[in-house]
Design a protein around this ligand. Sequence first.
Ligand SMILES: C[S@@+](CC[C@H](N)C(=O)[O-])C[C@H]1O[C@@H](n2cnc3c(N)ncnc32)[C@H](O)[C@@H]1O
Ligand code: SF4
Length: 455
Amino acid sequence: MNAADSSLLSRYGGNLPRYTSYPTAAQFSDAVGPDDSRAWLSSLPADQPVSLYLHVPFCDTLCRFCGCNTAVLRNADARAAYAALLHEELRRIITLIGPGRRVTHLQWGGGTPTTLPASAMRRVMQAIRRDFDIAPDAEISIEVDPRHLPPDYPALLHELGFNRASMGVQDLDADVQDACGRIQSWEQTSDCLTALRDAGVNSINIDLIYGLPRQDTAGVARTARAVASLHPDRLAVFGYAHVPWKQKRQNLMPVGDLPGPQTRIAQRAAIDATLRNEGFLPVGLDHYVSPHDSMARAMASGTLHRNFQGYTTDTAPALIGVGASAISSLPGGMTQNAVSSAAYARLMGNSPDSLPVVRGVKLDADDHVRAAIIEQVMCDLRVDLAEVCAQYHLPTSHFVPELAHLAPMVADGLVRITGRQIQVTEKGRQFVRHVAAAFDRYLTADSATRHASAL
Ligand SMILES: C[S@@+](CC[C@H](N)C(=O)[O-])C[C@H]1O[C@@H](n2cnc3c(N)ncnc32)[C@H](O)[C@@H]1O
Ligand code: SF4
């Protein structure tokens, strides 16, 4: 890294949200609860489609780096009982939004949703197909762990209509895997991908992480080259989020071996160069896609979106989260369910129509316009403030203070401003969260410390 890059680092280090939503989850409070959720769900216009996200907070084993809400639950009956609760929560939601609602995206995440017994997964999916109207071209996806995919699952996923699977790889290096407590052979990764594709689950995402203990630049580039040879349709390349105040298990890693910010930047650059060289197109902050993937088309047509699961081609105005810790994003506001599966089950048991919502945030007019700007910046790396102001009936001078705030980024060559148009440069891509942050009216130096490293 040269002196100019080091000085960028000193100005743009620190912590920031990933802006998978605005306001971010840091703004959630218990001032919002089940009654708000009920009101916002009931007022969804009948002719509008929704997306569904179902969260399964169980894994076969836990990885030390993982920041997700998940635990090991050995008892298969208990996992089936959790699936029955998902079904019941969906039933309660349908009483509010009406039966036969069109679904354009359906995603199972976690944790590891394939920890649900096959019969339980089949029951929930059959109920969804019966009670909702799944669009013929809907993306139906699931997160899988290549080390523990049950042999009957690929065929089951195809039978139930899944057309995309997302699998974690993170890093192929044995020392890094040892530091993270996630030992995953090359054969497990490639066999999993082949089994899914052979079964007819054609679109595959692979997740990689840089910034893990013992990773080095040459090693992450080797991992990127190797997984590229499997021809995944999409890759997510996450910077390791070290948040031990939220996830104590991260302290079980050799944290003294965590790479510093300069090395993280070099690792990200090495993966970026490798994947571009292999023909993948960069998308937003952290995705790479095959030019034939639907996300490449969404990017080209300016219809890419960002939600709690990251970048998406989903255009539905409402995302309904089901299960422990799941977040819903509705036009009225955002809500989150009880985080632990025990608390979730308890709230579901309160009454036959109770919703397990514990916190959230109500959106006002200013939140909506800033959310639109932040989403465009994060997805398209550009935004025309004049267009946004016209759309929201605001004077074109409305965001002058925010534009002024970006002046140092312009001087650093990370952003270009022409009139009211903001364009993040290629050099600025990894700083896109800093551009978004200029429009975040809740962010303070103090609140930023609750997020992970911005670089
Ligand atoms: C919810 S996990 C599900 C993946 C699946 N259970 C597996 O392990 O293969 C989705 C992805 O989140 C990413 N992830 C988890 N913890 C992270 C952290 N602390 N920092 C960055 N990425 C993380 C990993 O890349 C992981 O594959
Ligand atoms: S990375 Fe996947 S398998 Fe590992 S703990 Fe997180 S969700 Fe579970």
